[in-house]
Write a protein that binds this ligand. Structure first.
Ligand SMILES: Nc1nc2c(ncn2[C@@H]2O[C@H](COP(=O)(O)OP(=O)(O)OP(=O)(O)O)[C@@H](O)[C@H]2O)c(=O)[nH]1
Ligand SMILES: [Mg+2]
Ligand SMILES: [Zn+2]
Length: 287
């Protein structure tokens, strides 16, 4: 039977890859209005169709909001020394990937800019949690190593301008539109939507729209959710099992407060303040 996978969301329809054994073609489908609303069909969804109309989607094995895609196996979290990295973005993408059983790989791109200190700092932050690879889409350094890890379905995500589309071009010989860094610094996003590509070896690659930062409330994050994303924080040996890591005697973090721990605490405070404001009827749920 044909597999029908959403490859691009158009204003009133969906491009889908129709995969029949090794034969792949792109066809356009529509979906009934209410179904479109209800399912929030996204790139990577497997569809059930009737003629050229999508009538349902198959259960998803995972679904990310940022970047927006479903049913992926690997998430490549791309960072670079320029534009300036936001490690909250990296933490939240990483935590969400692990929570949903997606294999994360952090890729430090643009190492040709010779900012070895930056690459080292990212390695130190994350090497105990996932693979960290340092590459350059410009010179090709370490791209073979990265490519050897891209099995099945891989999405590239990260801030605007870090080089997601450039990396996909260099890895797969594509010609996706690449941004002008000066415009990106002014907030222009080059890739505007998720783009889905099947390689000659039947691997699937998804390029996604970059973003500048995450809004914690937008993610509907509460304290339990935060603990899931920073799953490593509570696994440390504090004196008391229910330690809140707020200076209690014997707390592991009294002498080991890493940058990641500080970011966790900052988000915890934001969430606490936010729910306090909501309880007070303060800001109608806005930031
Ligand atoms: N020096 C250097 N520049 C790079 C490298 N990779 C990408 N760039 C530059 O970085 C800029 C942004 O690259 P894109 O590939 O458009 O970045 P993106 O992450 O796809 O950006 P969005 O689509 O806006 O999310 C371009 O000017 C690229 O030429 C690299 O390895 N080294
Ligand atoms: Mg892009
Ligand atoms: Zn503690």
């Amino acid at each position: 039977m044909d597999k029908i996978i959403v490859s691009k969301i158009l204003p009133n329809s969906f491009d889908c890859l129709v995969v029949n054994n090794n034969f792949v073609e792109t066809k356009n489908f529509t979906a009934k209005g209410n179904l479109k609303q209800k399912l929030k069909i996204c790139v990577g969804d497997y569809c059930v169709v009737d003629g050229n109309v999508i009538i349902n989607i198959l259960p998803r094995k995972n679904k990310l909001i940022r970047p927006d895609c479903a049913n992926i196996d690997n998430l490549i979290i791309v960072v670079a020394s320029t534009p300036k990295v936001d490690l909250f973005v990296v933490d939240l993408m990483l935590g969400e990937a692990i929570k949903q059983n997606i294999n994360p790989i952090i890729v430090v791109n643009k190492i040709d800019l010779d900012d070895k200190l930056f690459a080292k700092s990212i390695e130190n932050e994350y090497k105990d949690i996932c693979d960290v690879l340092c590459v350059s889409s410009k010179t090709g350094e370490n791209l073979d190593l990265l490519k050897s890890k891209l099995t099945l379905v891989t999405a590239f995500g990260g801030q605007s301008g870090v080089g997601k589309s450039s990396l996909i071009n260099a890895l797969f010989g594509l010609n996706l539109k690449v941004g002008d860094l000066s415009k990106i610094e002014r907030g222009t996003h080059t890739t505007k939507e998720s783009y889905f590509y099947v390689t000659k070896n039947n691997e699937i690659v998804i390029d996604t729209a970059g973003f500048s930062n995450f809004n914690v409330n937008y993610l509907n994050l509460n304290l339990d959710g935060l603990n899931q994303l920073y799953f490593d924080i509570n696994s440390k040996n504090c004196k008391y099992k229910s330690c809140t890591h707020s200076g209690e005697e014997g707390c592991f973090y009294n002498i080991n407060a890493t940058n990641r721990f500080k970011r966790y605490k900052e988000l915890e405070n934001k969430i606490k303040n936010f729910s306090y404001k909501i309880r007070k009827g303060g800001n109608n749920g806005k930031n």
